[in-house]
Ligand binder design. Structure first.
Ligand SMILES: C[S@@+](CC[C@H](N)C(=O)[O-])C[C@H]1O[C@@H](n2cnc3c(N)ncnc32)[C@H](O)[C@@H]1O
Length: 239
């Protein structure tokens, strides 16, 4: 079965949840990432939340403990199938949930959220380590649709986005970047590089200014593995 993410953007060498979500190496820790997101978004126990591009829902399952319910949307069959497996079987441990996991999964393209959910359905929405897989036109569509399905004065959080103004903190040489870029071009592969697209935070600020939505660009906590070249965004959906 061909998958829209696995084998196209991520090439896991084992079945670990981290590998599946394009995170290779011991520096990655879902609990730590979720804690960072929770600290920035401040979910509340009555919140209905959207995790756009939820992948295998490893983050959503942790974050769901802090809100009423999370709807995870992803177009990867492999990742949504993995997301359906209860955490107990994934870890091989006995799992005694204090309450049922409130994660509802939707196999769908992110660009269809306005068809899946009514306007103002969510109190808060987030999209982590995924906004960079959309080209500029689609990024604007995504922002438009996130604003539509998120309530007035709700929060939209975009996390772990490669920062075009800091790309040379990531590449050891410029040659490495241009090689990747040309190689993708000649193979007609989507994306500017293996990480997707590099995004200038100003692009998101400009969009928010046009829509008159307050926006804050956040740096990541220094101990997070991508802090030196990625950024987060918090938008107040005062539409
Ligand atoms: C690097 S993974 C991150 C997954 C998850 N947010 C996390 O942080 O663990 C990127 C995810 O974006 C999803 N994705 C990319 N483009 C998508 C699209 N057009 N519609 C839905 N999901 C998409 C992929 O399937 C993948 O699960």
């Amino acid at each position: 079965m061909s998958d829209k993410f696995i084998g196209k953007w991520a090439f896991p060498i084992d079945d670990s949840l981290l590998e599946q979500s394009a995170r290779r190496g011991e520096q990655y820790d879902f609990e730590k990432i979720a804690k960072d997101i929770i600290g920035k978004v401040h979910f509340e126990s009555h919140d209905v939340v959207l995790d756009l591009c939820c992948g295998n829902a490893a983050l959503a399952k942790i974050i769901s403990k802090t809100c009423k319910e999370i709807h995870g949307v992803d177009f990867s069959e492999k990742l949504i199938e993995t997301a359906k497996i209860p955490p107990a079987s994934q870890s091989g441990k006995i799992f005694l949930p204090s309450r049922e996991l409130a994660v509802v999964l939707h196999l769908s393209d992110a660009l269809n959220i306005d068809k899946l959910f009514q306007e103002d359905f969510f109190d808060k929405s987030y999209c982590y380590f995924s906004f960079q897989y959309f080209d500029k036109k689609k990024r604007e569509d995504i922002l438009e649709k996130l604003s539509r399905v998120t309530k007035h004065n709700g929060v939209i959080f975009l996390g772990d986005i490669p920062d075009k103004t800091r790309m040379w903190n990531f590449y050891p040489t410029q040659l490495k970047f241009y090689r990747e870029k040309i190689s993708r071009l000649i193979q007609f592969k989507e994306g500017e590089c293996d990480l997707g697209w590099w995004i200038n935070p100003k692009e998101i600020i400009d969009w928010c200014e046009r829509k008159k939505l307050p926006v804050t660009i956040l740096q990541q906590e220094k101990t997070l593995p991508h802090a030196h070249y990625r950024f987060d965004v918090l938008i107040k959906n005062s539409k």
